[in-house]
Write a protein that binds this ligand. Sequence first.
Ligand SMILES: [Zn+2]
Length: 173
Amino acid sequence: MQPMDKLPLDLAWQSDGHVTDVVLTAMADGEEAIVPEEALGHVEACEHCTFRLGSEALLSVQVDGEMAALAAPAPAKAIVPARKAPKVAIGVAIAVAGIGAAPAFMLDVAPRAPEFFKTIIWAASMLAQSAVVVSRSELFTALVWASALVLVLAGLLMSRAKVSNHSLQEGGV
Ligand SMILES: [Zn+2]
């Protein structure tokens, strides 16, 4: 007679003489205590049942892994900013450059305002064309590139404004 906490023999043994899946599942789950001694001995001695136990243990691990994956929160997807962001950044950069150039405009360029605005429009159209290109590239690269371009253009505008004012004073119109 098996003790009461062991699997009944008719649940432990198949009609073909090998142990049942119940035994293998119990062993895979670390519940050897409920498996009759004879069944444990058979699995260790029987190549066929050892192989089945290996498959059962592998299946148990896979199920545990899938359960853990289901329980774990899904990885947060990287939120890709909208493609129009570079154009917005370029617009802000143009505004900042304009604010920086304003004192020079007020002091030096007012007499030559039409030429100055032509230069501004040229720079803006260059930026607009560039924005189409940079909007297809990575956001960060576009931001750095646009900022650098705006700074260069602002520098060009300042130097052009001073040259224009200088020639205005010397040449006399
Ligand atoms: Zn067997």
